[in-house]
Design a protein around this ligand. Structure first.
Ligand code: CA
Ligand code: CA
Ligand code: ZN
Length: 277
């Protein structure tokens, strides 16, 4: 009897919990009906929620896997190599070029904040059905030496010794994380012509920068910052390893083609490109 009273108490609380209106002094059979009803309501509600959640997850998956018109950045070997002595420092200077060989532009936008000298940058990715997605990729920094805005940490250059396998062995020197104003500087002649875009991104403001498909962005060897400090490095053969998007913050079709090796001979104040020795 005690057991039954306890059970009825639990049932009463259950029914109150699920907002089932309780009839005063219910008969045991009625209570069973209410329990059944409450259980069915709970099962039904949970089932519908589970189905709705599953549908949401399915939709999300569809969005993530739909055809994205991603860029593909590739860096070209450094050109215009020269050595320059500045205030006792020995600089290996070079020009930098990188191209977009992807299906869509590299488009970078930031939220305008006139007060700040850094601002968050979003990559806008176009989709085949005309939509867009945005991802945070880094910051625009105001670069006083160039008097314009740069995307931070977009290229990196390293000087390596050459190992027995002709591959980089020991890193001797490197640039700082290099920042860049990204724009359609010139058309990349070796790019496939069928998907080359017209010049779209011009200028170094912080609202929109970018690189269209089939276009190159370039900094000359004389531009401030375009150098590796090679002070104290002996004459000999070395590898320059150039990397685009070293932190892989930009989404691309191919993330595995972002480094290129160039072989050079350093001899006193001259630098010469050589074939892989
Ligand atoms: Ca790439
Ligand atoms: Ca990347
Ligand atoms: Zn610049």
């Amino acid at each position: 009897m005690l057991k039954r009273t306890l059970r009825n108490k639990v049932i009463t609380q259950l029914l109150q919990h699920f907002h089932v209106k309780l009839i005063p002094t219910p008969h045991t059979n009625d209570v069973h009906k209410y329990i059944l009803l409450a259980v069915l309501i709970v099962i039904g509600t949970l089932g519908i929620r589970a189905y709705q959640n599953r549908t949401k997850a399915g939709d999300q998956k569809t969005v993530n896997t739909q055809n994205l018109l991603l860029p593909d950045l590739v860096i070209l070997p450094p050109e215009k190599l020269l050595i320059q002595q500045t205030n006792g420092q020995k600089e290996l200077r070079f020009s930098t070029s990188f191209a977009n060989l992807g299906k869509g532009p590299l488009e970078l936008t930031s939220k305008d904040n006139p007060e700040a000298d850094t601002t968050q940058v979003l990559q806008t990715i176009y989709t085949e059905n005309g939509g867009t997605q945005q991802r945070v990729v880094g910051k625009f920094i105001y670069h006083p030496e160039h008097s314009h805005w740069h995307l931070e940490n977009i290229t990196n250059f390293e000087l390596w010794t050459i190992g027995d396998d002709r591959m980089p062995e020991e890193k001797l020197a490197a640039t700082e994380k290099m920042s860049f104003c990204i724009q359609d500087w010139e058309q990349y002649k070796e790019a496939p012509q069928d998907n080359a875009a017209s010049q779209t991104y011009v200028g170094c403001n912080k609202k929109t920068q970018g690189l269209s498909v089939g276009w190159i962005d370039k900094y000359g060897a004389g531009v401030e910052g375009q150098m590796i400090d090679i002070t104290g490095i002996a004459n000999g053969n070395y590898i320059i390893r150039s990397v685009i998007d070293p932190a892989n913050s930009i989404s691309e079709i191919n993330e595995d083609n972002n480094a290129v090796l160039s072989y050079v001979t350093l001899e006193n104040n001259t630098v010469t490109k050589i074939d892989k020795p």
